[in-house]
Design a protein around this ligand. Sequence first.
Ligand SMILES: NC(=O)c1ccc[n+]([C@@H]2O[C@H](COP(=O)([O-])OP(=O)(O)OC[C@H]3O[C@@H](n4cnc5c(N)ncnc54)[C@H](O)[C@@H]3O)[C@@H](O)[C@H]2O)c1
Length: 359
Amino acid sequence: MANNPHVLINQEAIEKLSQKLTLLHCRGGVVFFLVDDNTKALCLPVLKSLVAIEKFNPIILEIHHGEAHKSLETAAYLWEQITNAGAGRDAMLFTLGGGVISDLGGFVASAYKRGIAVSHIPTTLLAMIDAAFGGKTGIDFMGYKNHIGTFYMPEDVYIITEFLNSLDEQQWLSGVGELLKYGFIARPEFLNYAVLKTNDRTHYDALIREAAASKLELVNTDPYEHGIRKILNFGHTIGHAFESLALKKGLTFHHGEAVAAGILTELWLSVSYLKLDIEVLNEYKQTYQSLFKPFKFSVDDIAAIIQLIRHDKKNSAEKLNFVLIQEPGKAVFDVAVEPSDIEACLRWYIDLFEANGKS
Ligand SMILES: NC(=O)c1ccc[n+]([C@@H]2O[C@H](COP(=O)([O-])OP(=O)(O)OC[C@H]3O[C@@H](n4cnc5c(N)ncnc54)[C@H](O)[C@@H]3O)[C@@H](O)[C@H]2O)c1
C-alpha cells in the first residue's frame, strides 16, 4: 500500500490541488470528479471558485446522495461511465463529498483496471477527520456495512473547511460523533463537551487537523488493522449494527450519529468489562442526550442487532470482539464480549430512553 498522504488544509490544500491538476494535464490521463447530487450543487461551485478545475476538462460523475447508494449497483454504474470515457490506468479520480463518496470512489478506483489513482476532497466534518484518511474503501452488501472493500490509499487528501458552511445540523453532529470517538481512544482533550456544543465552525480548523493527524498516526503504525488500528473502531461494533438496522428499516440515521449511540453502549460494556469509572459513562450519557436524537429500537430488534454484530469484520464465528475503554484516552482492542452482556446492554439502552420519555 502506498504511503499515507499528509494533512493538507485550506490554502495549502488549494495550492497543492492546483499543482496536481496541472501535472495531470501534462501527463494526459482522463480526470474524473465523483460527486453526489448535494455536493454537485453545494460544493462543486465552491471548489470552482477556489481552483480553476474547468480548464483541465474533468468529467463529472454524479450519483444520488446517501448510504443506500454505497452499493454494488452504483459501483457498476461508475465503472461503466469510466469505461465509456476511455479511461486508461493513467486516469485519476477525485472524490468530492462525504464518507459515502470517498468509500465508494476509493473502491471503484482500486478495482478499475486493477487500480487508478484516487485523491479525496472531503466535504463533511466526518470525512475530513476520518473517512478520507486511512485507505479503507468499501460498499455495503446484503445489508452489511462495508462488507466488500479494499485497502487502497489515496494519493492526497485536500481539506477545505469552507465546504462545512453548507452542512446541516444533523450532518455536522454526525462528524462530532467521530470526534468524540477520538476523545475516548486517544485524545481526551476532545471530550471538552463545551467546545463541541458551540457549533462555531470557524474554530474547528485546529481540531480537524489534530483529529486527522491522530488517525494517520494509527494508520501508519498498523496500515492493515492487525493490531492498534482496531481502536479506531470504538463505538462502531454496535454503531454499525444500529446503522445497518436503520438502513433496513428505511430510516435516516447518519453514520456518526450511529457511532455516538454505539459509544454510549460500548462505554456501558467498558464499565462492566474494564472497570471504566461509571462517572465517565454518566457524563457522556448526558452529552449524548443533549446533542443527539437517540436511535429507537425495541426488544424485538435485539436478536437482529446481535446477528449484525456477528457479521462485523472484527468478529470470528464464536468470538464477539470489541474495542473497550479503560479510561478516556486508553482503549483496549479484542475484548471478547458475551452475547448475553450485549443483550443486557441493549436492554439498558432501551430503558434509558423510555425512562426519559424520549423513545
Ligand atoms: N473509510 C473509512 O475509514 C471511514 C471512516 C468513517 C466513516 N466511513 C463511512 O463514511 C460514511 C459516512 O460519511 P458522511 O457522513 O460524510 O456521509 P455522506 O457522504 O453520506 O454525507 C452525508 C450527507 O451530507 C451531504 N453533504 C456532503 N457534503 C456536504 C456539504 N458540504 N454541504 C451539504 N451537504 C453535504 C451528502 O450529500 C449526504 O447527503 C459511511 O458510509 C461510513 O461507513 C468510512
